[in-house]
Ligand binder design. Structure first.
Ligand code: NAD
Length: 289
């Protein structure tokens, strides 16, 4: 099978790499955090001591990192080591501009490269049911699809380079607004004497249903294992949601799109992230009580 180097074995990358191992691939992993390395090793990832060691000889390199700056600095190292024709998949959430910049550098070095950010959270990463939004040429997409499949419920080719990231910022702007308004609804229900379980049962069978309720319910009880049942440990950290909303607001500004609700959600999360960046983003419900 294919040798895949996986850089970034955190909340998402760890279980994604584990699913590639389970699919029969040889997976070489690197992360600077010892705890992440230990978890990945337990799942069968061959862990190595640096980016360069992890990517040497790989057929495919997957990056799952917190920021565009880190993706770019990892590409500095990757492009000096891997063979021409290697497939590079960046699944981090970064800006469209950063995605296009690393793609151009990879192309100049003779690599196939796609942006392939994901939706579905840690649950989806663990279950192998992530939605991948892929930007890149038809050739690069065709090469990436079989690598993504063991980690995916859905793989969508969104268009040329950067269009996966474009889809991702639009999706997360929707998610942020939904998580806030779902919190508003559960707090309103509390004040009206309606139980959280009853509201959950109604919404999940009705027109208000969405991931922010059926999977990431912000009150403990209705969804076993949701971050709200675990002191709001992420899940999807508020700092990362705040980052994604910053990318969305940059895109709104540069295209002069109108997004009044998305903009308000970005303001609320920027405020909340100041002291709650490490907590799941559904914890914003606490500011509504
Ligand atoms: P995380 O912080 O848990 O993991 C990122 C990992 O990258 C960390 O373990 C960190 O040590 C590692 N890292 C940093 N520098 C590195 C380097 N030079 N080489 C190798 N590894 C390095 O974050 P996460 O939640 O796994 O998110 C990763 C990406 O996925 C982010 O871009 C995020 O926006 C996106 N994302 C997250 C979720 C989610 O629910 N957590 C959902 C969709 C998308």
């Amino acid at each position: 099978m294919t040798t895949i180097a996986f850089l970034g074995l955190g909340n998402m990358g760890g279980p994604m790499a584990a699913n590639l191992v389970a699919a029969g691939h040889t997976v070489h992993g690197y992360d600077p955090v010892a705890e992440a390395v230990a978890r990945a090793a337990d799942a069968g990832v061959i862990t190595l001591g640096s980016v360069v060691e992890a990517v040497r000889g790989a057929d495919v390199v997957v990056t799952m990192l917190p920021s565009g700056a880190l993706v770019s600095s990892c590409y500095d190292e990757i492009l000096g080591v891997v063979d021409p024709g290697t497939l590079l998949i960046d699944s981090s959430t970064i800006s469209v501009d950063d995605a296009r910049a690393v793609n151009a550098r990879a192309g100049e070095a003779g690599m196939l490269q796609v942006d392939a950010p994901v939706s579905g959270g840690v649950k989806g990463a663990t279950a192998g049911t992530l939605a991948f939004m892929v930007g890149g040429t038809d050739e690069a997409f065709a090469a990436a699809q079989p690598v993504l499949d063991p980690m995916a419920g859905k793989v969508i080719h969104c268009g040329g380079t950067g269009s996966g990231q474009a889809a991702k910022v639009c999706n997360n702007m929707v998610l942020a607004a939904q998580q806030i308004v779902v919190g508003e609804a559960f707090v309103l229900a509390e004040k009206l004497g309606l139980s959280a379980q009853s509201l959950f049962d109604v919404i999940t069978g009705a027109t208000g249903n969405c991931w922010a309720v059926h999977t990431n319910c912000p009150v403990p009880g209705p969804v076993p294992g949701s971050p709200s049942t675990n002191d709001f440990r992420p899940g999807f950290a508020t700092a990362l949601m705040n980052k994604d909303l910053g990318l969305a607001m940059d895109a709104v500004a540069s295209t002069q799109a109108r997004a009044p609700i998305g903009t308000h959600a970005a303001e609320l999360y920027a405020d909340f992230a100041r002291e709650n960046g490490h907590r799941d983003f559904s914890a914003i419900i606490e500011t509504l009580r």
